[in-house]
Design a protein around this ligand. Structure first.
Ligand code: CP
Length: 330
């Protein structure tokens, strides 16, 4: 395995052998690490009856889910993943925890660490919160970023890559993928773009209104489109994103109805892509805003499959990080 280059700033999610010790961002990973996670996730599927029920990989370990922002899919699939790896799981309810009485993030984390927590899975409204935490935990402890502000949502991006690879094969260089909607506020889009590029995807199209497109987005090696229908032609994968109104500082849209008219994925629009194209959405979906109900439930939709494979991908991330951490402290 390649060593981290001498004289460069160390990537905080990798150890000295360039192995994962924390999982913070798809930016800074390499293709080998992404494929290690996807292949490990594949090994958690049993050809006869799907996702395996239980393995002892994290027996004796404790995983704390600390979510400072709302979540349905990420929090629960991390919990299911940890339990299938035989870990003990603590779910901190932020509304009833001492953070609501003013305790700092680090004090909360240090108290949980005193209870012999081995891994923190954290979602936080502040970009960079997971990196900050990774700098302050004990050497045997791993941090997994479950979404930080507008910055990154790496486990979502990798479960999306797993879903694409399952339907379209491992050669991403042949694929045309669009990410549609509110790119500006999306940590998912940012993490997906890095992962797609690392896996070799050359045609990544960002589609959305100018007000919801990051400045200089093309510098990420993608193309930007403000008109939906022409940009759907020839696509293999369409990923719709939720309008993230909680992160909008001012009115960036005339109305949701107007947004659906211009950018909503309807059956007629999906038909402009390749006939075997898949429709994805990280959730939560707003039917009638970014996606029509009959598309979300339609035969090209893999939205619920994304949730299911998310368990395997999160099992892979957790077992790889803690496995590497354990080797280091031996
Ligand atoms: N995709 C995603 O992050 O969903 P949740 O907010 O429900 O976790």
């Amino acid at each position: 395995m390649m060593q981290q280059p001498f004289g460069t700033e160390l990537n905080p999610q990798l150890n000295a052998h360039s192995e994962l010790q924390h999982f913070l961002d798809t930016d800074g990973l390499n293709r080998e690490l992404i494929e290690q996670i996807l292949d490990t996730a594949t090994s958690f599927f049993n050809p006869a009856d799907g996702l395996i029920k239980k393995v002892p990989l994290l027996r004796g370990k404790t995983v704390a889910n600390v979510f400072f922002e709302a979540s349905t899919r990420t929090r629960t699939t991390f919990e299911v993943a940890a339990k299938r790896l035989s870990a003990d799981v603590l779910n901190l309810d932020i509304n009833t925890s001492a953070t609501s009485k003013g305790e700092s993030l680090l004090d909360t984390i240090k108290n949980l660490q005193a209870m012999q927590v081995d891994m923190f899975v954290m979602r936080h409204a502040d970009s960079g919160a997971a990196h900050f935490l990774a700098q302050h935990v004990a050497p045997h402890v791993s941090v997994v970023n479950a979404g930080d502000g507008r910055h990154a949502h790496p486990s979502q991006a990798l479960l999306d890559m797993f879903t694409i690879r399952r339907h379209k094969g491992a050669d991403f260089s042949k694929l045309s993928v669009a990410i549609i909607g509110d790119i500006l506020h999306s940590r998912v889009a940012r993490s997906q773009i890095h992962a797609l590029k690392l896996l070799g995807c050359k045609d990544i199209r960002l589609i959305g209104p100018e007000t919801l497109m990051p400045n200089h987005a093309e510098a990420m090696g993608v193309s930007c489109h403000h008109e939906l229908e022409p940009a759907l032609k020839g696509l293999d994968v369409m990923i719709a994103l939720r309008l993230q109104k909680e992160r909008m500082q001012s009115a960036l849209l005339p109305s949701e109805r107007e947004f659906f008219k211009e950018y909503g994925l309807t059956q007629q629009r999906v038909a402009l892509a390749k006939p075997d194209a898949i429709v994805m959405h990280p959730g939560p979906t707003n039917r009638g805003v970014e996606i029509a109900a009959d598309v979300a439930d339609g035969k090209q939709s893999v939205i619920l499959e994304q949730v299911n494979v998310g368990i395997a991908v999160r099992m892979a991330v957790m077992s790889i990080c803690l496995g590497n951490r354990q080797k280091e402290v031996r």
